[in-house]
Design a protein around this ligand. Structure first.
Ligand SMILES: Cc1cc2nc3c(=O)[nH]c(=O)nc-3n(C[C@H](O)[C@H](O)[C@H](O)COP(=O)(O)OP(=O)(O)OC[C@H]3O[C@@H](n4cnc5c(N)ncnc54)[C@H](O)[C@@H]3O)c2cc1C
Length: 494
């Protein structure tokens, strides 16, 4: 189905992106329902010379989809089946499915799970192609560590479209196309119509053995500290304790592999700082282990905290909005990412405090420290396109607001805190002993702007490190005309 601006459905489909700061007015929106329609939509767009962008869950935080030069938007959100595919002994997940629906389908249907993210409305397509992570990843690895195959509509050098199924099988002639979909981010090589998931150690053709099993229950703890009672010393202890704990407990096979947490260091105007932690509630000593973690993080903070703990079925926890949901109609965002190999230095924590406590900033900004490591780090950096395989934390620094007149203030706050925290390395988290570049699913076009990245390293080196050259080879082989491109897409080799 094609939708043009005079169609009443155009506004809804055109505005599906969750970052309301970014808008586009494509000439045509292709709402596709089948893989065949997807190929047709690509063929029509190429024949008409229309610049293409693809949308799945619409959670892209940067101007990679909603941008003025996009003339043809292919919306795959109605392409959303989830089923076991016996031919490939893998679960087939169409590229428009959202994580929340996938969890229910896999778990209630087969008792299995993919290690997905914590926001149920994120789409599988952007999430997977960026190398997505979530609450089960320290125990089960990244989503791409379970990606068996991709079905993609690609365009050759003559403009002809075809659909290719590429798997990780060593003798698959299209194996490199699979590899390109394990961390390069979306919108690089073609339009994915479906993903195939099967864990690397799975054997046989039993659906229940194809993917991991989630825990029976989750133990969830929410801790809050009021900004009113928080001194700089207390804040510093909190961040240092949290970093030290992750430095000690993020190895492959850690006894704490099932524990995932999100420490949200919010700006003062938000009122509170919070920690949400989730772990396997059915594991031995779960309650004592959780208490030990919470106490380690709080030690010496000397600010009152509230602690709320609950045990619930794993699937209930998934839908409990533990980590905060997003408004799909109001929010404007600016965000930036970083991988941390070791905790922030004293200077970096002091800089963070200065910006978060700044009384002149009335917005809702935050530095969000997310647990990483564990099984994620058991994988070779070249095995998938995710090159960062020895970090202990992932960081999202960002702001969310609704009023367009506050754009400048919020964007400036995010840019300044990030630049100052990485002042010693050109304003960006270069790969060194402390940081290890950034995460393409927290895309940030400032990294490609010499005004904000003075490190001397190109943005590609921050996101993809040594894997970039191979990604360029995949680009040359599968999208030689650079049909699929955006400001942070993989380029053709020089
Ligand atoms: C509230 C929120 C919570 C988040 N939580 C997490 C989290 O827990 N873990 C995590 O790892 N990340 C998280 N993210 C980041 C998220 O993984 C990325 O934003 C992801 O790219 C979103 O995918 P999408 O399909 O929803 O987005 P979209 O905007 O639809 O697409 C994102 C990118 O993928 C491309 N794309 C979409 N569909 C296709 C397709 N079929 N074929 C080819 N390219 C395609 C788009 O063109 C775009 O470049 C979160 C983001 C938000 C806003």
């Amino acid at each position: 189905m094609t939708v043009t601006p005079d169609d009443p459905r155009y506004d809804y489909l055109g505005d599906r992106g969750c970052n309301r700061r970014l808008v586009s007015r494509p000439e045509v929106i292709h709402q596709v329902f089948t893989a065949q329609q997807t190929e047709q939509a690509v063929a029509e767009s190429v024949a008409a010379g229309r610049r293409i962008a693809v949308r799945s869950g619409g959670h892209c935080l940067e101007s990679l989809v909603d941008r003025p030069d996009v003339a043809s938007l292919i919306d795959v959100s109605r392409l959303n089946s989830v089923y076991y595919d016996p031919e490939h002994a893998a679960f087939s997940i169409d590229s428009g499915a959202q994580l929340g629906d996938i969890y229910k389908q896999l778990y209630l249907g087969h008792g299995v799970v993919i290690p997905g993210g914590t926001c149920p409305t994120v789409g599988i397509a952007g999430y997977t192609q960026g190398g997505g992570f979530g609450a089960l990843c320290r125990e089960q690895g990244l989503i791409v560590d379970h990606l068996y195959g991709v079905e993609v509509v690609v365009v050759d050098g003559t403009g002809r479209t075809r659909t290719v199924l590429a798997t990780r099988e060593p003798d698959d002639p299209n194996r490199d196309l699979w590899w390109g979909h394990t961390g390069a981010g979306g919108g690089n090589f073609g339009v994915v119509t479906r993903f195939l998931f099967r864990s690397p150690d799975a054997t046989g053709n039993d659906p229940q053995a194809a993917l991991p099993t989630p825990p029976r229950s989750s133990l969830v703890a929410t801790v809050r500290w009021s900004w009113d009672g928080m001194s700089e010393q207390g804040f510093t202890r909190l961040v240092d304790n949290h970093g030290a704990w992750h430095a000690e407990h993020s190895g492959v096979g850690s006894a704490y592999a099932s524990l995932y947490s999100s420490l949200v260091l919010s700006s003062r105007a938000a009122g509170t700082l919070s920690l949400v932690a989730e772990m396997d509630g059915s594991s031995r000593n779960a309650a004592a282990m959780m208490d030990s973690y919470l106490d380690a993080v709080h030690a010496g903070v000397r600010a009152p905290r509230t602690v709320d703990k609950k045990t619930m079925p794993w699937i209930t926890a998934v839908y409990s909005d533990l980590f905060g949901s997003v408004s799909l109609t109001d929010n404007r965002y600016k965000g930036k990412g970083a991988y941390l190999r070791r905790p922030y230095s004293a200077e970096q924590v002091a800089t963070m405090y200065k910006h978060l406590a700044d009384p002149s900033f009335a917005g809702r900004g935050a530095v969000n420290l997310l647990s990483y490591g564990g099984r994620i780090n058991a994988v070779d950096p070249a095995a998938t396109a995710v090159a960062q395989r020895d970090s202990i934390l992932k960081v999202y620094t960002g702001a969310a607001w609704a009023d367009p007149s506050r754009d400048e203030e919020n964007i400036a706050w995010v840019r300044n805190i990030y630049r100052e925290m990485h002042a010693a390395t050109g304003g960006v988290p270069v790969p060194d002993e402390t940081t290890d570049g950034s995460y393409i699913n927290y895309p940030d076009i400032d990294l490609a702007d010499p005004a904000w990245n003075t490190s001397g390293l190109p943005w590609q080196a921050l996101y993809f490190k040594d894997n970039y050259a191979r990604l360029q080879q995949v680009k040359a082989a599968y999208d030689p005309g650079d049909v699929f491109r955006h400001p942070l897409s993989v380029g053709l080799p020089d």
